[in-house]
Design a protein around this ligand. Structure first.
Ligand SMILES: Nc1nc2c(ncn2[C@@H]2O[C@H](COP(=O)(O)OP(=O)(O)O)[C@@H](O)[C@H]2O)c(=O)[nH]1
Ligand SMILES: [Mg+2]
Length: 448
């Protein structure tokens, strides 16, 4: 990837809008931009200057749009290059024209994620921060955005840094021992090496254990609402999404296709899936619907089993409860407005009056793990790539510990410790290969 040329892209989303921004980054950014602009003042780093976009060429320049131009001087810019941002009105035609003018003057069209990649390759941010930019842009809930912003601020790197330092110290000590040990004298006794390795494992294990929640924050979860026909599944679904999304009727067997909608619960995107009532089907469409219900049940991270509180439990209810045994599930006794309160497990709701809906939300939140929220500042793993690398590092440390136990020479032990260090470097990008880089930045959109 060439770092020395000047790249250009439309930085705002496709389509029409109040404002659209074209971004130019690289040594020629100013030289390329100036001829197409006529401005009230000279460019001044960090200042927005009002001007006109004009068709250059012979005769009087033809005015195309009014623009605001911002110049970020090297190295104090997003990529550390000279950057020019031209904010025009958000017409795709005008924005494309600006890009074409820039291309004609020697700029190159930026690849997806190339601006952020330059920020990384120029050392302004590390890989976890670059990934955080993508997560921030992709976030569906404000909480996800906050978590990404923490990572962008370096939370994960800060958490890894002391672990890496200790590991490097241990490696350095042992390397020194290998160099000087003539007659099998170990610089560090075995029990001390083991102690150091254990001290490294602890914070890494803790970090790895944050992934279960981090994955939830990052990917959200799927919640299937299942139960017999007419117990109020669609009504509850509508209560949870806070609008009339699914069809509700008094006739059993109305819902046949899966209806899904994503809502934020505790800052986690929860995909709610309303399903067809499970019973012996009356016709083909219903039986297909019921098969889909079973699939949704199987795929869900969390299941709401809805039963009718106003009716005696029937074998189908018991069967459903049997099916979700051992899985994250909440039993909801709906239509509680029809019966006086009773004892029992599960949540009592009335989709009709709204009673118990806050409690149901609370119960879902409990499963989602809303109480981990405070971890955000400490930095946690939301990304499978990071999780795999932390695990790899732990494997290296385990191998090292068992090598110590077996009195294997330190040269070999060191290989294991390097195997533990390398994945940690890869998380922040200290030793990244082009393959990993391309993998990450190709998931960006153009102009970022
Ligand atoms: N009294 C009462 N009726 C309800 C309640 N929830 C749903 N219903 C009614 O029960 C019927 C079936 O509801 P629906 O949501 O379509 O059930 P589904 O087949 O499980 O999706 C409709 O007539 C709803 O108005 C409730 O909490 N209390
Ligand atoms: Mg329904």
């Amino acid at each position: 990837m060439n770092l020395d040329d000047t790249i250009v892209a439309i930085a705002t989303p496709p389509g029409r809008g109040g404002i659209g921004v074209v971004r130019l980054a690289g040594p020629e950014a100013r030289k390329i931009a100036l001829p197409m602009l006529s401005m009230k003042h000279d460019l001044d780093p960090g200042r927005a200057i009002f001007g006109e976009l004009a068709e250059p060429g012979a005769g009087d320049p033809q005015r195309i749009d009014e623009v605001v131009v911002t110049y970020f001087a090297k190295p104090h810019s997003y990529t550390t290059d000279d950057i020019i941002e031209i904010s025009a009105h958000g017409s795709p035609v005008v924005l494309r024209h600006v890009v074409e003018l820039a291309l004609a003057r020697g700029a190159r069209l930026a690849e997806p994620g190339e601006f952020t990649m330059r920020a990384f390759l120029n050392g302004r941010i590390d890989l976890t921060q670059a990934e955080a930019v993508r997560d921030l842009i992709d976030s569906q809930t404000l909480y996800q955005a906050k978590v990404a912003a923490q990572q962008l601020d370096g939370a994960l790197s800060r958490r890894l840094q002391p672990i890496k330092q200790e590991l490097v110290k241990l490696i350095a000590t042992l390397e020194a021992g290998v160099d000087f040990a003539e007659d099998d004298v170990s610089v560090l006794p075995a029990d001390q090496i083991l102690h150091h390795i254990a001290a490294l494992r602890l914070p890494l294990d803790q970090l790895a254990s944050t992934f279960a929640y981090g994955k939830l924050v990052h990917e959200g979860l799927t919640l299937a609402i299942v139960g017999r026909p007419n117990v109020g599944k669609s009504s509850l679904f509508n209560c949870l999404v806070e609008r009339e999304r699914a069809i509700v009727t008094a006739a059993p067997g109305t819902t046949r296709d899966l209806v899904s909608e994503t809502v934020a619960i505790g800052g986690i995107p929860v995909k709610l899936v309303d399903t067809a009532g499970i019973r012996r089907a009356l016709d083909e469409a219903e039986s297909i619907g019921i098969r889909k219900s079973h699939e949704a049940l199987a795929d869900a991270d969390l299941v709401l089993v809805v039963v009718d509180a106003s009716q005696a439990t029937v074998p189908e209810d018991a069967e459903l409860l049997q099916q979700v045994a051992g899985r994250p599930a909440i039993v909801v006794h709906n239509k509680c407005d029809l019966v006086p309160s009773h004892e029992g497990t599960g949540v009592r709701t009335s989709a009709l009056t709204g009673a118990g809906i806050p409690e149901l939300r609370q119960e879902i939140l409990r499963h989602v793990g809303g109480d981990h929220g405070a971890q955000a500042e400490a930095g946690f793993l939301t990304n499978l790539r990071h999780q795999n690398l932390v695990q790899e590092s732990l494997v290296g440390l385990s191998a090292a510990a068992s090598a110590v136990g077996k009195r294997i020479p330190h040269e070999m032990l060191l290989l294991d410790l390097y195997n533990a260090l390398r994945p940690l470097d890869e998380i922040t990008g200290a030793t990244t290969t082009d393959d990993i880089l391309n993998l990450i930045f190709s998931t960006f959109c153009i102009g970022k």
